[in-house]
Design a protein around this ligand. Structure first.
Ligand code: HEM
Length: 184
């Protein structure tokens, strides 16, 4: 069934796109916490704001192909429900925790020149940005686990719960030292 094989391919391309967006988000966050000037911050903030153009279409591709595969072969399965819940959670957390903060950072940077202000530094070091990235990365891995193993509803929910808990524990701020800015 060529249509189904194509859907699996596009579904995996969507998953790769989602993780590419997460990797770029990590790169932006890492560098935004080390910038010394507004010009440096602007470059990385631009990347952060542009990520929705990778993450959004990837999530949509995953959803459309996933629903197609469900309708044509699998029917209602616990692991598909868990995948759906994971994807919705990833999108909701990305918008609510990171999207708004990234937009606020972009607004602050637009009004700054020279060395970054204390206010902007505080925004760039907001621990929620890192927590959100950890939780979504862990959830994404949890969904891939569930997709590959295809356990029952209880196993799928447990896997997602463990992923969520790990993301929260690893990403929870513990008063780490603030990174030194790099002049360049
Ligand atoms: C973060 C979200 C998701 C990621 C990263 C993801 C990733 C994957 C991956 C890597 C596979 C291949 C596993 C394998 O062939 O053994 C797969 C399979 C599958 N996914 Fe997803 N998925 C996600 C969400 C969804 C959603 C929301 C649905 C349904 C609405 C879905 C439906 C399916 C189905 C039906 C398969 C089985 C394909 C097959 O083995 O024939 N996935 N997924």
């Amino acid at each position: 069934m060529v249509g189904y094989a194509l859907a699996v391919f596009l579904h995996i391309v969507g998953a790769l796109g989602l993780f590419a967006a997460l990797a770029l988000e990590w790169a932006s966050l890492y560098n935004l916490r080390r910038v010394a000037t507004a010009a440096q911050a602007r470059e990385w903030a631009k990347l952060l704001s542009a990520l929705r153009f990778v993450g959004g279409p990837s999530a949509l591709t995953i959803l459309v192909t996933g629903l197609y595969m469900m309708a044509t072969r699998w029917g209602g399965q616990g692991w598909i429900g868990a995948g759906l819940a994971g994807l919705v959670l990833i999108a909701a957390l990305g918008g609510a925790l990171s999207g708004r903060r990234s937009a606020a950072i972009a607004r602050t940077i637009a009004g700054e020149t020279g060395a970054i202000s204390a206010g902007l530094r505080q925004q760039l070091h907001d621990p929620v940005l890192v927590l959100s990235a950890w939780v979504r990365t862990a959830l994404g891995l949890g969904v891939i686990f569930v997709m590959a193993i295809k356990p029952g509803a209880a196993g799928s929910l447990t896997a997602l719960g463990v992923a969520l808990a790990l993301g929260l524990v690893v990403g929870f701020p513990r008063g780490r030292a603030v990174a030194r800015p790099q002049a360049s």
